[in-house]
Design a protein around this ligand. Structure first.
Ligand SMILES: [Zn+2]
Length: 414
């Protein structure tokens, strides 16, 4: 970090902040960063953060290393196959850069309590699925606290940097809750899965993919009805390939190959190491900008095209718009009046069913049957009890979350 700030660049202290003292640099050195995912993108992010002199990195990944990862997930070696990615990656980084501490976790992100996430000013996600992204997006939104005028307290804001790659293309975004669009705001912009119309596949195939899809979707169940298709079995894929080839010859279509067959059946998009490296470097630079306050923050979505038929290689920045009716970051406010001597459980009768209520970023009460028991003792307390125990503030706004919405609940006392 010291070298980044002292090397003349848009990120250096001389350009942006002449009175940048050693104290500030020291403070930056103690910031912890969380990386979610230690796969193709995750390995690159970990490396870039460590080389940027981030001193403490936590990494979550429950996956183990597969032989097919080794071509691009460069923190892993043959001897590591079968071991946890997070653990091997942490060990590798610490061996190469002893000044950097990496703490691995091999659990699902959903298994950590919200206060675990609170220790990180920046969370970088190198995930491969939408559900996990939506979940972590919700976490950064939940962690935001508001003052008595319902305004976001800036210091309570945690940033989410989300990277993703697909073959030669990739993207990264910075999510600053209630400031930029969140992940949920832009969910409708996700590209649709490529699907072929059954009528095209069956009667008017034009592409090699149509022939493969026909062999896979139609012929397999017709001719191999008692055999369950195993997508990892060479003989099965080869059968589909041969059938697709026959059909392609029938319709005079070129381009059916074994590799393409595997791609269509497994819905594989090849992973490219250089794309991961580019996206990881963007994520890392954005992280440093947030930590130092230097440089202008990406606002808020960047696309990298390593393969674009019209423009060749290209890069594009889009400011995504917040969705007015976003189910996560549009806020509905509710004011309720209670007596200080009222039992806190009264909230459960005043609020929509199946909610979880947060105070100061921590779960206070929940209607969730599975988790309810752990919070049962709080339900017996009065508002005054909770104020005394500093679980809620005198003037408090609680965040209630149900499956669809964040509701700010302003509590007034009679
Ligand atoms: Zn949103």
């Amino acid at each position: 970090m010291n070298s980044i700030l002292n090397t003349y660049s848009p990120l250096s202290k001389d350009i942006y902040n002449e009175c940048y003292g050693q104290e500030m640099i020291d403070e930056l050195a103690i910031q912890k960063i969380l990386v979610i995912g230690a796969g193709g993108l995750g390995c690159e992010i970990l490396k870039s953060l460590a080389l940027s002199e981030i001193k403490e990195i936590h990494v979550i990944d429950l996956d183990t290393i597969d032989l097919t990862n080794l071509n691009r997930q460069f923190l892993f070696r043959m001897k590591d196959v079968g071991k946890y990615k997070a653990e091997v990656a942490a060990e590798f980084i610490m061996k190469r850069i002893p000044s950097c501490k990496v703490i691995p976790y091999t659990k699902k992100i959903q298994e950590f309590p919200i206060n675990f996430y609170q220790q990180f000013p920046v969370i970088i996600a190198g995930l491969d699925n939408i559900e996990a992204r939506r979940w972590i997006n919700r976490v950064v939104i939940q962690m935001v606290q508001r003052d008595e005028n319902d305004k976001v307290i800036d210091e309570s804001r945690h940033y989410l940097i989300d990277g993703g790659t697909e073959g030669l293309n990739g993207q990264a975004r910075v999510i600053s809750p209630f400031e930029t669009a969140c992940y949920e705001c832009t969910l409708s912009q996700l590209p649709k899965q490529i699907q072929y119309q059954m009528c095209t596949i069956a009667s008017t195939p034009r592409l090699p993919e149509h022939c493969i899809a026909y062999a896979y979707e139609v012929l397999w169940s017709k001719e191999q009805s008692d055999l369950k298709l195993d997508k990892d079995n060479f003989d099965h894929i080869n059968w589909i390939y041969q059938k697709a080839l026959e059909r392609a010859q029938q319709f005079n279509i070129q381009g059916v190959t074994y590799k393409l067959t595997l791609g269509v059946v497994k819905n594989i998009i090849p992973a490219v190491a250089s794309t991961n490296a580019i996206i990881a470097s963007i994520c890392t630079v954005e992280c440093i900008k947030i930590l130092t306050g230097n440089g202008s923050q990406l606002n808020n979505y960047i696309q990298w095209y390593g393969q674009n038929h019209q423009t060749g290689i290209g890069i594009n920045v889009i400011q995504q718009e917040r969705l007015e009716e976003c189910t996560e970051c549009s806020i509905q406010s509710l004011e309720i009046t209670v007596k200080r001597t009222d039992n806190i459980s009264i909230l459960l009768t005043l609020l929509p069913p199946d909610i979880e209520l947060y105070s100061k970023g921590q779960t206070l009460i929940t209607n969730n049957i599975r988790r309810k028991q752990g919070f049962a003792h709080i339900l017996e307390k009065t508002f005054q009890n909770l104020i005394d125990e500093k679980l809620i503030d005198e003037k408090t706004t609680l965040q209630a979350l149900d499956k669809h919405k964040t509701i700010n609940v302003r509590v007034q006392y009679e």
